[in-house]
Design a protein around this ligand. Structure first.
Ligand code: IPE
Ligand code: IPE
Ligand code: MG
Length: 224
């Protein structure tokens, strides 16, 4: 049985789900947040140590302002209402991505990270304004600035995911088979599961099925 430390998820399909069932993309985002809460709970039950959620990409700024504002309002309300709850569940929150949002949001993100910094049951990495290519470019710049040697180890240390083991599982919901600029370096040996269901429809049973299947896979890492 493969050990399971880190699950990464591309939470895709909110907009399509919202349009189909509520005639509104934004309602899909609201429903998607409920799936986030379910999957956090189920990750704890499964003793998973790191859960990385792709919430907003560097490319998502291309979306209409109304949708972007809705998403950040949702995030703001979520953190304001739930950060104590997350703290009490011994969850550590970490943001992956540059915090260049409105001041109020930046402050809330910093405070949420600070409050949960010492927690150690589950680390939830929220990829927000995250893009793998920009992460890699910044890592190379920082290596150059520090005059470090370029090795796999040093590069990993200059990424936003430093001190986080590579994901064991990557799940993408929403019936699309692409990576959309997510963790390109880190998933070199990750087991990838493409899920047809849209994110708001994804549930605990779907998640556990993937985990069970993952545990049975023969991971070779190049060996035989
Ligand atoms: C993913 O759902 C969530 C975010 C990018 C914030 P989408 O909003 O991309 O949903 P679809 O893919 O359009 O259905
Ligand atoms: C990927 O979904 C980003 C997030 C889930 C945050 P997108 O919906 O942005 O991906 P593309 O544009 O369809 O590849
Ligand atoms: Mg999408």
């Amino acid at each position: 049985m493969n050990p399971l430390n880190h699950v990464a998820i591309i939470m895709d399909g909110n907009g399509r789900w919202g349009l189909k069932y509520k005639n509104s993309r934004n309602e899909g985002h609201r429903a998607g947040l409920r799936t986030v809460e379910k999957i956090i709970r189920e990750s704890i039950k499964n003793n998973i140590k790191f859960l990385t959620l792709f919430a907003f990409s560097t490319e998502n700024w291309k979306r209409p302002k109304k949708e972007i504002n809705f998403l950040f309002n949702l995030l703001e309300n979520f953190l304001q209402n739930k950060i104590d709850d997350l703290y009490n569940q011994n969850i550590k929150l970490k943001i992956l991505g540059k915090k260049n949002f409105p001041k109020k949001i930046n402050k809330l993100l910093y405070l949420s990270e600070k409050k949960t910094f010492k927690n150690n049951r589950l680390q939830v990495n929220l990829a927000l304004n995250y893009g793998s290519k920009s992460e890699l470019i910044n890592a190379f710049k920082s290596i150059k600035k520090n005059k470090d040697k370029i090795t796999e180890k040093t590069l990993s240390k200059h990424l936003l995911t430093k001190n986080i083991p590579d994901p064991d599982i990557l799940i993408r919901t929403g019936n699309t088979k692409r990576l959309s600029n997510f963790l390109l370096w880190q998933i070199a040996y990750t087991e990838i599961f493409f899920e047809k269901k849209l994110w708001p429809a994804f549930n605990e049973a779907d998640y556990n099925k993937i985990i069970t299947n993952y545990k049975k896979i023969k991971r070779n890492f190049g060996n035989i």
